[in-house]
Design a protein around this ligand. Structure first.
Ligand code: ADP
Ligand code: MG
Length: 399
């Protein structure tokens, strides 16, 4: 689960991390109170969307001007103008895709006088299973590009969960960022607080880009991006209210209600598969034969007929879907259950696009018989290769 910058900053503040003062503006009327409680002389108006690159983003609407999604104002009146221009408009950034995201919330923050910008993030290192911090002197930049062009500028340190953050971690971080004296002390302090926030809230990712040094020698988290481990959310019921459903894909919300592992993608072939590994292989083979998948969907090991029906409905409701590939290996999941679910869904919502079904494993004969006798226009397939070629050919023919 992702949250907005202003929510992430409020959480970090609770753990004592240095963040600038700011107030969320959810409707234009909130602005006066928000800006009035900040001293100036610079106010920063920041678009709140679940995507980065806002500063360099562009609004689709001409009224929002040519400037990006993060703007510095020299007066409250100027900041107010930005709020009016940005609220409700659509911002396109490197991370939103070409259609952009509507800006429904803003954050008005005190301006910082920036001396230097760094990069600092925390994530779970899959190899060690420990929390790792990634730091770089190249702040405010696209970190993937830094890692690619100048990998020597990326420093990683992992934290042993038994000891937690130790003084030497602080020293390593300071050295990586070229900090000494009081700033080194601030860096040590910060990494301890961020680690505490990360672990106690079960974050999956925490990214401060940029972490800055101000002209008066203070470290500050100027941006904050946080996502939580969804599997641990039950331990933090208070975080549920931070979820902003308007930022999430409708299909993904619907899928989460049915406990389906579903991720919307940009292609044309809807996929219904059981098991994450088989689902990944299915996406690969669709690409191999020259089409793009419209989604990743793992219906899970022991899905019921209702769950399969819900999954199929989500796929058919996607206007980009021009063909559907059902690829099931029946183990715990039985092929006849899948067959019944597919048929129930088709009866309920109709079928406008070609459908290829590949079944293998437990109760496969029964599954195939149910589909054959249903009278539905289903293209049967014998194996994954055959199935992928058939659905790609059918979609290409229809296009
Ligand atoms: P994004 O990463 O989405 O572009 P950031 O919050 O990192 O958004 O803001 C982009 C840039 O805007 C920062 O790198 C920084 O230079 C500037 N900026 C952001 N917030 C402030 C602030 N409070 N004071 C001064 N400059 C800011
Ligand atoms: Mg940023």
């Amino acid at each position: 689960m992702n949250i907005h910058e202003y929510q992430a900053k409020a959480l970090l503040r609770r753990f004592g991390a240095p963040v600038p003062d700011g107030h969320a503006v959810l409707k234009a009327e909130d602005f006066e109170a928000a800006a009035g409680s900040l001293p100036g002389p610079v106010w920063v108006v920041k678009s709140q969307i679940h995507a980065g690159g806002r500063g360099k983003g562009r609004f689709v609407e001409a009224e929002a001007g040519e400037l990006g999604g993060v703007r510095l104002a020299k007066s409250v009146a100027e900041a107010k103008g930005f709020v009016e221009q940005m609220l409700g408009r659509t911002l396109v950034t490197k991370q939103t895709g070409p259609s952009g995201k509507q800006v429904n919330r803003l954050y008005v923050e005190e301006g910082s006088a920036i001396e230097k910008e760094f990069y600092l993030s925390a994530l779970v290192d899959r190899e060690s299973g420990w929390v790792a911090f990634v730091a770089s002197t190249e702040g405010g930049m696209d970190i993937e590009e830094v890692a690619h062009a100048t990998p020597e500028k990326i420093h990683t340190l992992t934290i042993d969960p038994v000891t937690g953050v130790q003084p030497h971690h602080g020293r390593t971080l300071s050295k990586a960022l070229g900090l000494s004296g009081d700033l080194a002390k601030q860096a040590s302090d910060l990494i301890g607080k961020l680690y505490e926030a990360f672990t106690s809230l079960d974050m999956a990712m925490l990214e401060i880009n940029p972490l800055i040094v101000t002209k008066d020698g203070k470290l500050r988290c100027l941006d904050a991006k946080v996502s939580f481990d969804s599997n641990a959310l039950y331990r933090h019921p208070e975080l549920a209210e931070l979820r902003d459903l308007t930022e999430e894909d409708d299909k993904e919300i619907e899928a989460s209600k049915h406990d389906l592992a579903y991720i919307a993608l940009d292609g044309t072939i809807g996929c219904m598969v059981n098991g994450a590994g088989l689902a990944m292989a299915t996406l690969d083979i669709i690409k191999l034969y020259g089409e793009e998948p419209a989604n990743f969907l793992d219906v899970g090991g022991g899905a019921s007929e209702e769950k399969v029906t819900a999954a199929f409905k989500i796929i058919t409701a996607d206007p980009n879907v021009q063909g559907i590939l059902v690829n099931i290996f029946g183990g715990i999941m039985k092929c006849d259950v899948i067959a019944r679910g597919v048929i129930a869904a088709v009866r309920a919502v109709g079928l406008q696009v070609p459908l290829v079904v590949r079944l293998e494993g437990t109760n496969v004969e029964e599954g195939k018989r149910i589909i054959a006798e249903s009278g539905l226009n289903v293209l049967p397939a014998d194996d994954l290769d055959d199935a992928a070629q058939k659905i790609v050919a059918a979609v290409k023919k229809g296009a």
